[in-house]
Design a protein around this ligand. Structure first.
Ligand code: UN1
Length: 514
């Protein structure tokens, strides 16, 4: 039987106390108002209660935040990059000091289990360290010129204000990926977090303002605006926002992309995923099952990198399903703040309805559904579910949709080409994996005619990427890359400089003119 801590949830008052303690520790409790007071409702999926109300930014105030960030950019862009790095280094120290406080807030607001919440904060610390190193490595190339006495080179310059729009499921890490890198690149930031996670945002903003004060930098280099659609639009449509980096649904990206393009702004989109793992006959099944269960059921299926499909070789599909189903049976579901819980709540009732709807459709399409039922935790507005495993007779439309809940569809294949075709048959292109001990299969999966995703892993699940690599995906995932590698280039503009240090004026391409 699946373990559950029935009716054993904390009370709303317990959660309020935890939030108060964590926000007091970071020095941000002044922003808390009683629930019901006008402003944004800050709630928790753990119980489904509204805990506090927090100040909401008006559209005029959002414009003012952009004014401030734009004004700060004038000085920040000429601050030497390693000096900018010192601010990010200080932020990293403060995040380290307040790792547990932030993780508490992430657990309360996003419903993540403690270990994953701590991991998310670690991801922030990691990107700060990366960005500090990067602050001394914003390299341009020197290129051989075809003309004598000439030098050709590239220089990279800050872009301007970066608008960062983040989602509830990584309420702090995605802000940090963008902000740490943008700041060392010489950009200033205006952040619009998800309306579902305003408390974590207040904590982060307090820490970055403290970091600014500690190193003597104008706090306007990083601003926070809180609110709904109109506040996001204030960033999207403002010509001073040079780059909009948006994480969220494909539907959101379809609006943001063209609107930003309309004014020739830059957009960095990190949208939906529909990530698959191919499991081959040579796979180490113990390892594969552990990786699949973490990627499919972890974070209650609410990562953009969550594994949503398994493409299993027909010779091992039954065995694999049996083992995944057995592992699912033992997953402790319940209060994410309790040690040992592995599956916390869905974020809200809509996610639950979407999950029920997708499972009904899958069953109508001939899918065999195992699990997926709601756990009664004694809280009407909290949605705890058992992860679902669905053996599909083939890929119907429901398999092509991203349902932000723990549903894992299983398809079968007989030859690797078909498996790769299935992997690539969905509109999204974020993450993918192959489980194999055959080097030919592994290499084929990563080759040009292999996985079409931004992330293609071997013997690792689809989720849980390190910050050192560029993160993002193709097709409906939006094409953006954030975090490590050379993703910083999206936060800067490139100038090509040709320098003539001779006293002649040879023209390129051998052109003669007078
Ligand atoms: C997301 O879900 O938006 O690779 C980001 C991962 C995490 C980031 C996920 N490092 O699963």
């Amino acid at each position: 039987m699946t373990t559950m801590q029935k009716n054993n949830l904390p009370t709303a008052d317990d959660l309020r106390d935890r939030v108060r303690v964590a926000l007091q520790a970071v020095g941000a409790d002044a922003a808390l108002g009683e629930p019901g007071v006008s402003g944004l409702a800050a709630g928790s999926p753990i119980t489904g209660d509204v805990l506090f109300s927090v100040p909401e930014t008006s559209p005029a105030a959002a414009g003012a935040a952009v004014d401030e960030a734009a004004a700060a950019f004038a000085g920040w862009r000429t601050t030497p990059a390693p000096v900018r790095g010192a601010l990010v280094a200080r932020l990293g120290e403060l995040l380290t000091e307040h790792k547990a406080d932030l993780a508490t807030l992430v657990t309360v607001e996003a419903g993540k289990i403690s270990s994953e919440a701590l991991g998310e904060v670690q991801e922030m610390i990691d990107i700060c360290q990366f960005a500090v190193g990067l602050s001394r490595q914003l390299y341009g190339k020197t290129i051989a010129s075809e003309r004598p006495g000439h030098r050709l080179m590239e220089t990279w310059h800050p872009l301007g204000v970066v608008g960062v729009i983040t989602a509830f499921n990584f309420p702090v890490a995605v802000w940090a990926w963008n902000t740490a890198v943008a700041l060392v690149c010489g950009d200033t930031v205006v952040w619009k977090p998800s309306e579902l996670t305003p408390l974590t945002a207040i904590a982060c903003q307090t820490l970055i303002e403290r970091a600014c004060a500690d190193v003597g930098v104008d706090g306007s280099v990083s601003r926070l605006v809180q609110g709904g659609r109109d506040i996001g639009e204030a960033l999207i449509d403002d010509p001073r926002v040079a780059l909009v980096s948006a994480t969220g649904s494909v539907r959101m990206g379809r609006e943001v992309g063209p609107r930003v393009a309309q004014r020739f702004g830059k957009a960095l989109l990190e949208l939906g995923g529909n990530n698959a793992a191919i499991v081959t006959p040579s796979a180490d099944l113990d390892l594969a099952v552990r990786a699949i269960v973490f990627s499919a059921a972890g974070t209650a299926g609410q990562r953009c990198t969550t594994m949503r499909r398994v493409i299993a070789h027909s010779s091992i599909a039954d065995e694999l399903c049996r083992r995944i189903a057995a592992a699912y049976e033992t997953l402790p579901i319940g209060d994410p703040s309790v040690d040992g819980t592995l599956v916390g709540p869905l974020i809200h009732s809509r996610s639950y309805r979407d999950m029920v709807g997708a499972l009904q459709t899958a069953a109508a399409d001939g899918g065999e559904v195992i699990g997926g039922h709601r756990h009664d935790m004694g809280a009407e507005d909290a949605f705890y579910v058992a992860p679902a495993l669905v053996r599909m007779p083939g890929q119907t439309e429901v398999v092509h949709n991203e349902t932000f809940a723990p549903i894992l569809y299983v398809l079968t294949y007989d030859d690797l080409d078909t498996a790769i075709e299935l992997n690539n048959a969905v509109p999204q292109g974020l993450s993918s994996a192959i489980f194999t001990t055959d080097i030919r299969e592994a290499e084929r999966f990563m080759a040009a005619d292999g996985s079409d995703c931004g992330i293609a892993n071997v013997n690792i699940g689809t989720s849980g990427a390190e910050i050192g690599g560029a993160f993002g995906g193709e097709k409906e995932t939006g094409g953006g890359r954030e975090s490590g590698s050379d993703a910083w280039k999206a936060y800067m503009r490139r100038a090509t400089n040709t320098v003539n240090y001779s006293s002649e004026l040879p023209l390129a391409q051998g052109v003669r003119f007078g």
